[in-house]
Design a binder for this molecule. Structure first.
Ligand code: A2P
Length: 299
């Protein structure tokens, strides 16, 4: 396979294959991480209102000296903001100190009052319709809209009413969470997949997995490069390695072309050792009328 450097969205825009992830990047670190990433060649930055780091991300972009139009910037609508997406959009633009977003995602199909109480007065499908309205009303501020943490069933519900097909579905994707059903469904609908936690997040066992380390030796790269390359080798997939460590930020850009057999071997790890780094307890509140968008058995 030949890894891509960018992937075309259904809007016609190109999204860089590798962007810097900032989930769990701590205050005081993320500004430097963003500035460093852009200075050493990253073309994309991913953040979210929920990460509470948009202002620092915005400062990092300014510090880098890289022109805004050379950067693909993604942020996300937080669950409690589903009651007023328009305000949330303008708050994000202000916090990031940017005139526009390249991509704005519904973070979860989960309207909430706060971090732990579902708001059953709001239907996330109505939130999507409002995001569509904003996309059409503010083409100069919003270049693309999409979703995050959507299973096939949730995507089907969305596509049944959508007038704008999401450009992207951002999901957890690594060899212990391959979500092949979601990847294939999105590919069939022209929805680009973005892999978050491609390394398996903090203290990941994937970095010492024998299949991963064997390929790292073969290609003379670090295990992280194999895990990032795995996603970059898949058609229609982009990837968000997170790091606040300058040397790792720089090194994580190195992508190798894997063979089809190597991709299959890496994806098989899921059968031996499946895990999710991100499965908040509230996604399991099916009994409260709040279905689990991540778990096909609880939808
Ligand atoms: P740090 O940010 O301290 O550098 P993921 O992208 O899957 O969420 O993984 C992020 C985790 O992996 C963070 O703990 C990050 O640490 C660490 N990490 C990022 N790049 C590398 C790398 N090249 N080698 C080892 N660990 C890495």
């Amino acid at each position: 396979m030949v890894a891509s450097t960018s992937v075309k969205l259904n809007t016609g825009a190109e999204m860089p294959t590798v962007s810097l992830g900032t989930w769990k990047s701590k205050p005081g670190q993320v500004e430097h991480a963003v500035a460093h990433a852009l200075k050493v060649g990253y073309k994309g930055i991913d953040t979210a209102a929920a990460y509470k780091n948009e202002a620092e991300v915005g400062k990092g972009i300014k510090d880098s000296g890289v022109p805004r139009e050379s950067i693909f910037l993604t942020t996300k609508l937080d669950n409690p903001d589903q009651k007023n997406p328009e305000k949330a959009l303008f708050d994000s633009l202000k916090a990031l100190d940017t005139p526009y977003l390249d991509l704005w995602l519904m973070h979860w199909p989960a309207p909430m009052f706060d971090g732990s109480t579902p708001d059953k007065s709001i239907d996330w499908l109505d939130t999507w319709k409002e995001m569509e309205r904003l996309y059409k009303a503010y083409p100069d501020k919003l270049k693309a809209i999409g979703v995050s943490n959507f299973s096939v069933k949730f995507l089907e519900r969305l596509l049944a009413v959508a007038t704008v097909t999401p450009a992207v579905n951002q999901i957890e994707l690594h060899p212990s969470c391959t979500q092949q059903d979601v990847v294939e469904f999105c590919r069939s609908k022209g929805i680009v997949i973005t892999s978050y936690s491609p390394l398996g997040s903090d203290n990941s066992p994937l970095l010492t997995n024998p299949t991963v380390t064997k390929l790292a030796e073969k290609y003379n790269v670090a295990p992280a490069n194999i895990l990032i390359s795995l996603q970059a080798n898949k058609p229609g997939v982009t990837v968000l390695p997170k790091s606040v460590t300058p040397a790792r930020i720089e090194a994580n850009q190195k992508i190798v072309d894997l063979t089809d057999a190597e991709v299959t071997e890496l994806e098989a790890i899921d059968k031996e050792h499946h895990f999710r780094a991100c499965h908040p307890s509230w996604t399991g509140w099916g009994s409260l009328g709040f279905p689990d968008c991540l778990d096909a058995d609880k939808q």
